[in-house]
Write a protein that binds this ligand. Structure first.
Ligand SMILES: Cc1cc2nc3c(=O)[nH]c(=O)nc-3n(C[C@H](O)[C@H](O)[C@H](O)COP(=O)(O)O)c2cc1C
Length: 331
């Protein structure tokens, strides 16, 4: 059978499937079930600074970090204090062998120096930094925003010896430059991308309401494009995230150059058993196409023989527009 081992953030994983940050990983028992079904690693639910501070006013929370607000809503009261979070890491480490990646989202540099250290001490194998790079403020200088991000990364790097990755939003500008900047400043991996919760407006109550918690596989194509563009230029371990629901999307990400992927919505919808099925289908695909290991397959799309490069992506986009132009309404 083909060898599915891969390296992500310098961690040696038995296969490329990581379960992303969510309530899927909020108890040691759930993590064990994910491991039993084949998950190679898990990312814990994010520890949001405002949760630790016990900010109970949800409107303030929403202004402060909109994602935290919607994650809280979706998690129905699942709020961590730091001590429960550290306990979760310690207990999970006792019963599973797969790497536990803690996830943290803070605003103040001071918090970035204290919390990663505590997570490392509790036994986390790595940390995913859920960075809020999106400014909501018309007066905020984007350059200052990015410099603040580098300061955060620098602070984290100085305070821990385990690897860390950065989870970024698809709405950042100059994504390849940004990823390069993170790598140069010490990030061992980059997660592309976080998925902003979609918010609608309830026309009866005229209040905001979540539109859809879960992604669809179609959402992965924008990620795939950036995985290919970035992996073509930079030697960095990338993790695809958003819309990865089955072996089809996992394989696409690996061929485009990802080192690993994260799945969330698909596990909520199909249960942890989908991991086993996905792995079997990846093995089957690799076997049929004579890929012996993941190294051979990773980034195969951009190898010379395939003559597939950024230009192809661009022409593909152009062709798609032409195709769409020719389509009948309602087809
Ligand atoms: C209920 C729920 C809770 C989530 N909580 C977090 C979180 O705390 N931190 C985080 O970085 N992402 C969180 N996410 C986002 C996921 O980690 C992931 O980035 C997103 O769902 C896209 O992946 P998918 O298409 O496989 O669902 C959450 C997603 C869901 C559905």
């Amino acid at each position: 059978m083909p060898d599915l081992r891969t390296s992500y953030m310098g961690l040696q994983l038995k296969n490329p499937i990581i379960i992303g940050s969510s309530t899927l990983t909020d108890t040691p028992e759930k993590i064990k079930a994910l491991e039993d079904n084949g998950a190679a690693a898990v990312v814990l639910k994010s520890l949001f600074e405002e949760e630790v501070r016990n900010v109970s006013d949800s409107s303030q929370c929403c202004n402060y970090h909109p994602e935290a607000y919607y994650y809280d809503m979706s998690d129905a009261g699942m709020l961590y204090g730091i001590s429960e979070y550290l306990e979760l890491i310690k207990e999970a480490k006792k019963i599973v062998d797969i790497p536990i990646i803690a996830s943290i989202c803070c605003e103040n540099a001071e918090w970035w120096s204290t919390y990663p250290k505590k997570l490392e001490k509790a036994g986390a194998d790595a940390i995913e930094l859920n960075l809020n790079l999106l400014s909501l403020d018309a007066n905020e200088d984007p350059v200052q925003n990015y410099l603040k991000t580098i300061e955060i990364i620098d602070t984290v790097k100085k305070n821990i010896s385990i690897p860390f990755s950065v989870k970024i939003s698809p709405y950042c500008c100059s994504i390849p430059y940004l990823v390069n900047m993170f790598k140069t400043n010490g990030a061992s991996g980059v997660v592309m991308f976080s998925r902003l919760f979609r918010v609608g407006i309830n026309l009866e109550t005229i209040e905001c309401e979540p539109a859809d918690y879960y992604s669809s596989p179609n959402e992965t194509y924008k990620v795939l494009r950036w995985i290919n563009i970035v992996s073509e230029q930079l030697d960095v371990e990338l993790c695809g995230n958003t819309g990865i629901h089955s072996s089809k999307e996992v394989l696409q990400h690996l061929l485009a150059g990802a080192s690993a992927v994260q799945m969330v919505s698909s596990i909520y919808k199909n249960g942890p058993e989908i991991i086993k099925q996905t792995i079997e289908e990846i093995e089957q695909y690799m076997f049929e196409r004579q890929f012996n290991n993941l190294k051979e397959m990773k980034g195969f799309l951009r190898s010379d023989e395939k003559d597939f490069d950024l230009m192809y992506f661009n022409s593909l986009t152009h062709d798609r527009f032409q195709l769409a132009d020719g389509m009948e309404l309602g087809s």
